[in-house]
Design a protein around this ligand. Sequence first.
Ligand SMILES: [Zn+2]
Length: 440
Amino acid sequence: MNMQFSKVDQAIIQWIEDHKEDVVGFLQELIQIPSVNPWFNPKEGESREAEVQGVIRKRMEGMGAEVKQWEPSAEALAKYAGRPGYYADHKFEGRPNQAAVLKGTGGGKSLLLTGHVDVVPAASGWTMEPFKGERLDGAVYGRGAVDMKGGIAAMVMALEAVVKSGYQLKGDVIVGTVVDEEAGGMGTLDFVDKGYRADACILTESTDMKIAPLCRGILWGKLVITGRSGHIELPQGDWREGGAVDAIGLARVFMDHFDRLNADWHVRKVHPYLPLPCQVYIAQINAGEYPTAFANQAELVFNAQYLPREKDENGLGSRVKAEIEAFVASVAQTEEWLRENPPKIEWLIDADCGETPVSDPFVQENLGNLEKHDIKEIIEGVCAHTDLGWFEELGIPTVVIGAGNPRVAHQNDEFVLEKDLIKLTKYIATLITHWAQISD
Ligand SMILES: [Zn+2]
């Protein structure tokens, strides 16, 4: 064992070594309860977030934690209209949030360990059973294995390792498990609205054990371009005299211009801790109605990412929306038809982001902890959205770190390697003992 570990840490790590089967078994138990977010219209009996909370509750109560459960309410959260994570139409009957507080003896720093209990649907193409938690060749398979029941299993078992090894902590540790992340993050909004705070926060979405002190904001928009239909095989003449205007041709004009915008963003919208620049990517093209007419209308559904430094005063991406709108308007100025029939953007989603500076003591604490575990110290932000924005907004330094390759999230045959799960459990355990501190 690495001699950089204190006697206490050595004992706790040994406990985890001796209870690997319990850690894996707990993850299997979580996967075996399908907890598909109801936004995706899951199959009958697959929307059981409450039962997952119940299993976590039992485990946390076994450690002496005080557990509270409640159902969020869109009505009670209406004061957050226009802020991240608020959706007026989301329903929470039978979908509780949960906070399990393990009280410290006093004097240490508090820590929030958080994650979401909902998952996306299994969808087609699995060769394994999506809700069985099957083990094969050192991996656990199933929906949620990395996103993010693996992360939840590790945080709960890390705390259990500390407690069952016979140690008490000075600082409070809160295990906050929320619903509804996969459909916009309203569970976390509700969680912080209930007043839960800590001196630091760990969010265990998978990062392949990289330290992610930031994530990107995500905008979904639909650019609607109007043309004028007309027989595609016949002469049309000038549109000013009633001729057709091909909306697909106009869509191509916009796509070419987006390439130009992306070349600019490629240089301008970069971050030293992100592997990708922000771009506007076309995700869907909807155009045309039948084979003998020019398209009357074309829709380009796009995904644009934004950096934490681009957030507006509400914590959202309105500045970047305005930038894209101005760009589209400037392209429209280049064609007479477009000047007279300006395209419109419908905004579909604005998922927020956040960033804790690398110089923050909690990020540094995490880097030191990685070193102790002989894990390569890599700082790399999450290119997608995570729920870290609200914690960061409230001044809680937050780091995302989790086991497994994030790329297998939302894929069929999602899996996490057992050794990675155990590695994360040990990592969190020693982070807890150093941040919240062991009571003498
Ligand atoms: Zn997730």
